[in-house]
Write a protein that binds this ligand. Structure first.
Ligand code: NKO
Length: 206
């Protein structure tokens, strides 16, 4: 039990690494918490016009979610579903409430994607495809994230078929992650309703 708790703590610390801030600093860009949506995330970094920085942020934030879950599986082969679900949740919460940024982090979209990659690759593909379709049609990153977050647990239950309850801990973790994604996007939801949300590609050009 102490070992599982250590793995959960480790996952939280890995999830806490804020790639939007790290990448921006390394590339000499402004701190993403100072412009646009003020969110330390890939979408907001893209508002600088630097696509490479945005891509690296997305990659880093997703990779840490994947890595935290993968590492726990390596360090504790045969880890229980409950412990693994808590590890996944901890990595996600690290991004939202990072110890390295005074607990003021991002919205968790990329990190949730990384967690999905580690848990069920097909689920990550289906969820990322959902994000992409909404993003291409509506050009709102936040709307795409919300629709993808809504469908991820749905895909999980349907994809697991009649055996979904055997994987209940992960299913519950995904539902909690999805709910927290909505909660973290509440300012975006207000802007979407008011018609003032910024569209992908409307940020300043490089
Ligand atoms: O700055 O408030 P903003 O407009 O930046 O940003 C809103 C945006 C914040 O998220 C990001 C990360 C962008 C990642 C894009 C690719 C993600 C594709 C997969 C979605 C996975 C959803 C996981 C649900 C798990 C339950 O939203």
């Amino acid at each position: 039990l102490a070992f599982s708790a250590a793995l959960v703590l480790l996952a939280y610390l890995i999830g806490s690494v804020p790639f939007a801030v790290v990448v921006s600093k390394l590339m000499g860009l402004q701190d993403p918490r100072s412009y646009g949506s003020k969110n330390p995330g890939a979408t907001n970094v893209l508002r600088t016009g630097n696509k490479t920085a945005a891509a690296l942020t997305l990659l880093g934030d997703a990779a840490k979610g994947w890595f935290a879950v993968w590492l726990a599986e390596q360090l504790a082969p045969g880890i229980s579903p409950v412990a693994l679900a808590l590890v996944a949740l901890a990595a996600f919460l690290g991004h939202l409430y990072p110890i390295f940024l005074g607990f003021k982090g991002g919205k968790g979209v990329a990190t949730a994607l990384g967690v999905l990659v580690a848990i069920q690759p097909w689920l990550a593909v289906a969820t990322a495809a959902t994000w992409l379709i909404v993003a291409v049609f509506f050009r709102y990153s936040s709307l795409a994230s919300l629709v993808a977050a809504f469908f991820a647990p749905v895909y999980y239950v349907f994809g697991s078929g009649l055996a979904w309850y055997a994987q209940a801990p992960l299913g519950i973790a995904l539902a909690v992650i999805s709910a927290l994604l909505f909660y973290r996007h509440r300012a975006n939801i207000t802007r979407l309703v008011q018609g003032t949300e910024s569209r992908i590609g409307s940020g300043k050009k490089k």
